[in-house]
Unconditional design. Structure first.
Length: 284
């Protein structure tokens, strides 16, 4: 297997964070967590496995990163760094060979073999023979890392706009297996203005795919754009999610994003859960 190492430090630019630095660390699955049926968190409610020193959970340090496969690496990189304020950790590219093919794609090759079809027809690249390559870039936020991945044909340049496989067209969050990335907005930020600025900054960079939903019904893009600014944010007042504010938004690659604030009661529930988890972890 051959690799081409490309390490690059993210240059400091004071303008990068001026408009949208309000997006803090990354979390995932925020809405699902907030809608837990329980309104109280305690060590007694933690799963038995978490209290068992020999359990799998006791062997973990936590979540290290979330990965996003992109069509256009440079576009995605610009969004997560220049727009949302992340910092590049490193980049590595030109992954190919038998070991990486087996590590990443063995399950998909088994499916293709079972179906009796060419793996390429179900989106499996040929990293083994080198017809396709894999490039990655890691982006650091305050409390987690996002990994951007691009599978490209070998004759395409690193960071180019052409991915090996066609992007998924139907990106409804209702589809099983769909995931989203959730950014935690600071408590003191005007959420409605943040969304306005996010859309404007993205559009200025040609990322017209970055569009946030509204809390009122709209049937056209024109109606969505014309909706009053105070319809940007859904504010939840029913326990156990009381204090939760959110919007759903598509990113530049069509990925599902969420931006949230956790205030008041729901903020305390998350804090209590975190404290209980840390106590269990330290006890183990």
């Amino acid at each position: 297997m051959s690799h081409e190492q490309m390490s690059q430090n993210q240059p400091e630019n004071p303008d990068r964070r001026t408009v949208l630095r309000a997006a803090g660390g990354v979390a995932i699955g925020g809405m699902a967590a907030a809608l837990s049926v329980s309104t109280k968190v305690s060590a007694q409610q933690a799963p038995a496995a978490a209290r068992d020193p020999g359990s799998l959970g006791a062997r973990l340090q936590g979540v290290q990163h979330f990965g996003l496969t992109v069509q256009n690496m440079e576009r995605a990189y610009e969004f997560y760094t220049a727009v949302l304020g992340g910092t590049e950790v490193f980049r590595h590219g030109d992954f190919q060979g038998d070991a990486v093919q087996n590590t990443l794609l063995a399950d998909q090759e088994i499916i293709a073999n079972t179906l009796g079809v060419n793996p390429r027809t179900i989106g499996v690249p040929d990293l083994r023979g080198g017809a396709q390559r894999l490039d990655v870039r890691f982006i650091q936020f305050d409390n987690v890392v996002i990994e951007l991945l691009q599978y490209r044909d070998a004759d395409q340049p690193m960071g180019g706009p052409k991915a090996f496989a066609e992007p998924v067209e139907h990106m409804s969050p209702a589809f099983p297996r769909m995931m989203h990335i959730c950014f935690y907005v600071r408590d003191d930020v005007d959420f409605n203005q943040f969304i306005t600025d996010l859309e404007a900054e993205s559009a200025r960079r040609g990322m017209t795919q970055v569009r946030a939903n509204r809390i009122i019904r709209v049937t056209t893009e024109e109606e969505r754009k014309a909706a009053p600014q105070d319809t940007n944010t859904n504010k939840v007042t029913v326990a156990p999610s009381d204090g939760w504010e959110l919007i759903y938004c598509k990113g530049p690659e069509g990925e599902q994003l969420e931006f949230v604030k956790a205030l008041g009661p729901v903020k305390k529930r998350f804090a209590d859960a975190h404290d209980a988890h840390m106590r269990l972890a330290s006890a183990n």
